[in-house]
Design a binder for this molecule. Structure first.
Ligand code: SF4
Ligand code: FES
Length: 361
């Protein structure tokens, strides 16, 4: 159904909850324009419906307009996932002319100083606000995306107010997912149970007003059962990394036992239907107990393989978020640790793993 085209890992921001892998791919490794054009054609032929141009910051690729125009010509629905900081009046005109269908604009916060701190980018908020105005002036539907975490969750009402003020059609409130950079910063980011209840109250209040589509993604750490990650491994979604590796999800490369084929060597269709990486966890045959005999195994598909790997060192285990997992205590321990952590020292996302450590009060 969906293809996430991660055009580049380059990004002017450094968010400590970034979903990109810890080993970022460099510009020299990125696919060429011709590769992406061919991938879009193969995706359309396979029946893919939506292409999400993402990154890093996809606006860092000068061929973005060519790619969107090509996808549009192939009748693919095109969505741009962007921080907005590189959007100008000129680039907005080019995006519009290329046939872009939708923009998802990410915000760190409504508070300007906090947005600067989270993104580690000075004066980030005015640039995002200007981007939102340009998007709506072009008549392109807009979703605001807020990544919720301990320090911004109390400002949910202000987030909704900002979405209405900017004439967004939809707002996505997504709690941080703890893989990659976010796992490194988990104790600083994970909200408390009381904060979570407050958040649910704000969301219900806003839903009652109507006129704004709200997509609220609850944090799986506070659930009893895991989320059906990606709608099931290799069932609806594929992700292509900047260098051309085809992945069932954005964090899949963290699973060391898997080899991910490249679109430089195999066709997209061949990789989707036949590669070991896509078939290994597709369906239910791979499942251990307690999933194998569970009534929910075709509902949540055993949860998230990358979360099992990150927390248990074994991607074949039941997601430890599930209270039927013998390892659920790891999640409860993480919640307890986050509850007693009231300062935010972040490891910021950076190219070049050696200089990662940077903390702030
Ligand atoms: Fe889902 Fe497995 Fe837990 Fe059942 S045991 S609810 S299939 S994760
Ligand atoms: Fe990889 Fe959930 S993020 S399966």
């Amino acid at each position: 159904m969906s293809l996430l085209a991660e055009l580049t890992h380059r990004c002017p921001l450094s968010c400590p909850y970034c979903s990109n892998p810890l080993e970022l791919e460099r510009k020299a490794q990125e696919l060429e324009t011709q590769d992406w054009l061919r991938i879009l054609e193969e995706a359309a032929a396979m029946g893919v419906l939506q292409v999400h141009f993402s990154g890093g910051e996809p606006m860092a690729r000068p061929d973005l307009y060519t790619l969107i125009a090509h996808a549009h010509k192939l009748n693919l629905y095109t969505n741009l996932i962007t921080s907005g900081v590189l959007i100008t009046a000129q680039s907005m005109k080019q995006l519009d002319e290329s046939g872009l269908d939708h923009v998802q604009l990410s915000f760190q916060d409504t508070d300007h100083a906090e947005a600067d701190r989270l993104s580690d980018f000075p004066q980030v908020q005015p640039r995002k606000l200007e981007a939102a105005q340009l998007i709506r002036a072009a008549g392109i539907p807009l979703t605001l995306n807020f990544v919720l975490q301990k320090a911004n969750i109390s400002r949910i009402p202000a987030m909704f107010a900002l979405a209405r003020q900017l004439d967004a059609q939809r707002v996505e409130m997504a709690h941080t997912q703890y893989y990659g950079w976010a796992l490194k910063n988990r104790a600083a980011l994970l909200p408390s149970r009381a904060q979570l209840e407050e958040a649910a109250h704000y969301v219900a209040q806003e839903e009652a007003k109507g006129g704004l589509a709200i997509d609220y993604v609850t944090p799986d750490y506070y659930a009893d059962r895991p989320k059906p990650c990606m709608g099931g491994w290799g069932q609806r979604f594929l992700n292509i990394s900047p260098s051309g590796h085809v992945l069932p999800c954005h964090a899949a490369e963290t699973i060391p036992a898997l080899h991910f084929d490249s679109v430089r060597e195999r066709s997209l269709s061949d990789i989707w239907y036949h590669s070991r990486a896509f078939t290994l966890f597709r369906g239910t045959a791979w499942m251990p107990e307690p999933c194998a005999s569970c009534v929910r195994k075709e509902i949540d598909w055993g949860g998230c393989r990358c979360q099992a790997l990150a927390l248990l060192g074994d991607a074949t285990q039941t997601d430890p978020v599930c209270t039927l997992s013998p390892h659920r205590h790891l999640i409860d321990d993480a919640i307890a640790e986050a509850e007693k952590t009231d300062t935010q020292h972040f490891m910021y996302r950076r190219m070049g793993a050696a200089s990662l450590q940077k903390t702030r009060p």
